[in-house]
Design a binder for this molecule. Sequence first.
Ligand SMILES: [Zn+2]
Length: 280
Amino acid sequence: MAELNAIAPSKKERVMDAVRTAGVDVSDWANFKGGNAKAAVNPKYCYEWAFIEPSRVVVLNLWHTNNQLVDGRVIQKNNFRRDEANYRSWGKGVWAKRARKIDDALQQAVSDNLPVRVILLDGKMRDRLDADATRSEVTFRQLDPELWTITSYDFATGENTIARGITTDKFVDQFSIDQIDKGSPDRRDVTTSAFVRDPQVRRDCLRRAQGRCENCGSQGFKTPSGALYLETHHIQPLAEGGADTLSNVIALCPNDHRRAHYGLDTLDFRDKLYAAIESK
Ligand SMILES: [Zn+2]
């Protein structure tokens, strides 16, 4: 488990400093009676488990103890909606609210394709399935320098998996690149997608394509991480009620993707694209 130990937090950063570094605007932390001097312990913020900077980043507080190593990748499986329901039934309303916010942050990250940053915690972790467990004690808290990826999120149940890093994939699309761009500190572009795209569908589609355009067969170009780049495209657009499922999503080279949107023959082209993935 050397890989897991290597990322264990070893300092106790202040929450405010960690979230500021991650790209969250913390100017409001000083707006209380403690003023600037006490901003870092503003109770409105400093106990939260998740922070959302709209259109820019979400930051999650997660226990290092919950990290697992799967196929060489650090992942966590959580269900904050289940936690919220438990806390509520145990009369822990404040914890329930914090759990809800971390679930909201995940939903927003998926919907708006936002980068995910993680503050890793270590210390005495409360058992979240034990109604009588006493509260956790944080010994170490540190912003993980890597971006994380939500690899699955079930909107029906809140069940989710997040993985450390975003560039270990062999295949990437425009949304992966967008996350990497937004994760760099000097980018503040506002780009939001109006429709939720299931990250698992994109990944399955890219895996089906194996780096080759599913229309013309040409190989996607290589990105600096070594991954092959194609663009995932909804054949019937989400705006027209198209499904966000593997049978409606195709991986295309950038040229064919533009053609699908702006070509003279877009409707005929749709039929061709459906035929291309049906035969796979
Ligand atoms: Zn192509």
